[in-house]
Write a protein that binds this ligand. Structure first.
Ligand code: ADP
Ligand code: MG
Length: 250
């Protein structure tokens, strides 16, 4: 057959997203498209709205206005099943938020078993496969406190992936780590990206952003001021505010 290949529909589409906390407009008319397999990196100063955007996509915040569509489903429709949407958009936070009294395995199986009513044997076999994937199968019976920060964050990533999400959301997942532990987590994210995992991540690690991002998105005061390939946004930014932000990092 000849002709143009069909353009893929975006996996995630954000249109006209607005979110305020009181008088504080935190997201101001945000548009964002994420293609299947794409890695989008959010950069911007502290307070620019990166976490709030990720939390809106995971339905941890209620949006004031706008539409978020995931694989064709309007997830901002109040009638959607929020738990079901969350299982399709795994999220990992800066503080890994593992339950200290549960084993690593139980941390990973908790949501499938409690929220999604997956039988224990099935949940454990999925969880072990994910722990294997992040290189921590041998720690399944350990408690989070017995793990390094980097290992705990890798468990949190396994937990976010145990329901085979369509989209992985990662909010500054290396910011709380000692510098020597950052690499193992970034390496894992790089591998997941190579395997075709669609992800949106916020980070201050510009070297990493340059390496893994298909698209870099610069947020400034709740607006997407500039977005494009890393070579453009990081290498030759159009906007003075982007240049200013990047120059302050070095
Ligand atoms: P970033 O992740 O880029 O640092 P955030 O999304 O965390 O930015 O925050 C954007 C703005 O929203 C900040 O001014 C912050 O104080 C405010 N904010 C975030 N969460 C809340 C909340 N739950 N209640 C009130 N204000 C909030
Ligand atoms: Mg944040």
């Amino acid at each position: 057959m000849t002709g143009q290949p069909a353009l893929e529909a975006p996996l995630l589409s954000v249109r006209g997203l607005r979110k305020s906390f009181g008088d504080n407009v935190v997201l101001d008319d945000v548009d964002l498209d994420v293609q299947p397999g794409e890695c989008v990196v959010l950069i911007g100063a502290s307070g620019s709205g990166k976490s709030t955007l990720l939390r809106c996509i995971n339905l941890l915040e209620q949006v004031d206005d706008g539409v978020i569509t995931l694989a064709g489903l309007d997830i901002t429709d109040p009638r959607v099943d929020a738990d079901e949407v969350r299982s399709r958009t795994g999220i990992v936070f800066q503080a890994y938020n593992l339950f200290p009294h549960l084993t690593v395995l139980d941390n990973v199986t908790l949501a499938p078993r409690r929220v999604h009513k997956v039988a224990r044997a099935e949940a454990e076999s999925r969880a072990l496969a994910m722990l294997e994937r992040v290189g921590l199968a041998e720690k399944a019976r350990a408690r989070p406190d017995d793990l390094s920060g980097g290992q705990q964050q890798r468990v949190a990533i396994a937990r976010a992936m145990v329901n085979s999400p369509q989209l992985l959301l990662l909010d500054e997942v290396t910011s709380a780590l000692d510098p020597e532990l950052v690499g193992e987590v970034l390496d894992l994210l790089g591998e997941l990206r190579e395997e075709g995992m669609t992800m949106i991540l916020s980070t201050h690690e510009m070297g990493f952003a340059r390496n893994v991002a298909d698209t870099v998105c610069f947020l400034d005061g709740g607006r997407v001021l500039e977005q494009g390939p890393p070579a453009e946004v990081l290498g030759a930014p159009r906007e003075p505010r982007t240049r200013q932000f990047l120059s302050r990092l070095v």
